[in-house]
Design a protein around this ligand. Structure first.
Ligand code: PNW
Length: 509
């Protein structure tokens, strides 16, 4: 009951319908449709540690945190992290405890290719991922691999990283090595995790490595090169590996829902979404391809008014438009939260910059339930709205939810996280009921991990990690028991109260 009341209260706040059509009576348990896969996600730099083990070289996160330790809130880094480089069997045991269908993890480029290039393949790195993959397959857990989750080789960064068009080839070479070594056993591939965070936060701002902060330029160069690099990897898989191995390959974007503050703000809300995630999805999933028209126009107009010789947003050639269009078997979606947006452009933005190009103002309501992360508020109706919008915009693509989750400051009794997961799953099931084609759902995260600039101060795990213990001991939170029950029963029981009396492994796994 509590769930319905909250869902409706939020919807009313956002002036959305809460008329019983999408919001069902939540007394009884709610069935999960057949075929929907459940998993959990992590990323290499956030969990592996072993930063220089067995030949691995520095990536941009190693480099940045070594050079300037207090770039993170707790002055800690991923040198050891969860020690998954050594503790991977325990990680797989946790997947078995939860009964996961799949596990999404990422590969460390410099662990596999210490020189960044395929002239030297690091056997120890290949062995580590083989061990992990084989251990998962032994227990029927499907690997889902992200090729790139933010840990670019430092050497490539020094050559311009994602702003250098040659990265299109560097990434293709890396991708081919990966498909050659793991393609026989891995059927789910994601090229990039969250282009917006890579490009905007890393190149147009200071909130991710390499903190380039070249506003209004570098993030757009990055976006173009990253999309072409993604498409190259997609075509390599399609042309050279798909017939043999039969897997699927796509891209993962992070997408917020932007709710217009009033009716007059719906245009800026649409444009905000076109800038944030349309920038990456439109070139791949729309009929026409290329960057969204409104984005091209806005940046071209601003650039001209600012006396630049050409738009700061680079153009795709016709060949590149064709290469990128359709280059994903599915849409990978990371979704966490919602913002309100209005038309009032503030003068706090630098000129030029992404936010100056876009205009408008974004904020979150004080009434929304807050996580430990400043940007994360619980608004499940936003998830429903986003899924509905994606279904309508891009001709109902197959969507894999590759991340969704809630942060706390730690502790095993995580009722707020449970509440978040249940209400977001509910919203997702509402979208499925209305025709959204959702194939998979992954919780972020299997366990606490290095939360980038926040260090270890914000915790997203279904399992708590004890960073004082040498083994980085993992202990299931209450949410782990609830997630396990949802997966096992294939239904959401709104009244389930777990006894936290020890985790066991499902016989199924
Ligand atoms: C994701 N936002 O990033 C990343 O893929 C993970 O590595 C990360 O640990 C996780 O979410 C939690 O932060 C995000 O601004 C970055 O809404 C930014 C946002 C969301 C997710």
């Amino acid at each position: 009951m509590l769930q319905i009341a909250k869902y409706c209260a939020l919807s009313a706040l956002l002036a959305l319908a809460c008329n019983g059509k999408t919001i069902q009576d939540r007394h009884g348990p709610r069935k999960i449709p057949d075929g929907l896969m459940f998993g959990a996600a992590t990323a290499s730099y956030q969990i592996e540690g072993g930063w220089d083990a067995d030949g691995k070289t520095e990536n941009i996160w190693d480099y940045m945190t070594h050079k300037n330790p207090c770039v993170t809130d707790d002055c800690l880094n991923g040198d050891i992290a969860n020690d998954s480089y050594n503790q991977y069997k325990r990680d797989v045991e946790m997947m078995r405890e939860l009964g996961l269908d799949f596990y999404r993890f990422s590969l460390s480029w410099t662990r596999i290719l210490p020189s960044s290039f395929p002239d030297k393949i690091n056997e120890a790195g290949i062995q580590y991922y083989n061990n992990l993959i084989d251990e998962m397959l032994r227990y029927n857990i499907e690997p889902m691999i992200t090729l790139y989750h933010w840990d670019l080789p430092q050497k490539l960064q020094e050559m311009g990283g994602w702003t250098n068009p040659h990265i299109v080839n560097w990434f293709a070479d890396y991708a081919r090595v990966v498909f050659e070594h793991f393609g026989d056993r891995v059927k789910y591939w994601i090229t990039m995790n969250e282009p917006r965070e890579i490009c905007y936060q890393g190149y147009g701002d200071v909130t991710k490595a390499p903190k380039l902060n070249i506003k209004g330029f570098a993030e757009y160069l990055c976006a173009k090169n990253l999309l072409v690099a993604h498409a190259n990897a997609y075509h390599i898989y399609n042309n050279e590996f798909k017939a043999k191995f039969g897997g699927v390959i796509g891209i993962t974007v992070s997408a917020h829902w932007y709710e217009p503050e009033t009716e007059n703000d719906s245009e800026i809300a649409d444009q905000t979404m076109q800038f944030e995630w349309g920038q990456y999805l439109h070139p791949i999933f729309s009929e026409s391809g290329d960057f969204p028209v409104s984005m091209k126009e806005k940046i071209a107009t601003k650039s001209a008014a600012q006396s630049f010789a050409r738009s700061r947003l680079p153009e795709f050639t016709a060949d590149e438009v064709a290469l990128v269009k359709g280059s994903s078997d599915f849409l990978g979606l990371n979704h966490y939260t919602t913002y309100l947006v209005n038309n009032k452009t503030s003068d706090i933005n630098s000129v030029p910059s992404y936010y100056d190009d876009l205009g408008g103002t974004r904020y979150q309501s004080e009434d929304w339930k807050a996580a430990a992360s400043i940007w994360l508020k619980e608004v499940p109706s936003g998830f429903y709205n986003l899924l509905t919008r994606l279904r309508n915009l891009y001709n109902n693509p197959t969507i894999m939810i590759t991340e969704n989750g809630f942060s706390t400051r730690g502790g095993l009794e995580d009722d707020d996280r449970i509440d978040y997961y249940v209400s977001y799953l509910d919203a997702m099931l509402d979208a499925i009921d209305e025709g959204s084609n959702i194939a998979a759902y992954a919780a972020w995260s299997l366990m606490d991990n290095f939360e980038w600039m926040r260090g270890y101060t914000e915790r997203f795990g279904l399992y708590e990690v004890d960073y004082k213990s040498p083994q980085r001991t993992r202990t299931p939170r209450k949410s782990a028991y609830v997630y396990k029950q949802i997966i096992r029963a294939r239904e959401i029981d709104y009244h389930y109260k777990p006894q936290m009396t020890g985790m066991t492994i499902d016989t199924r796994k």
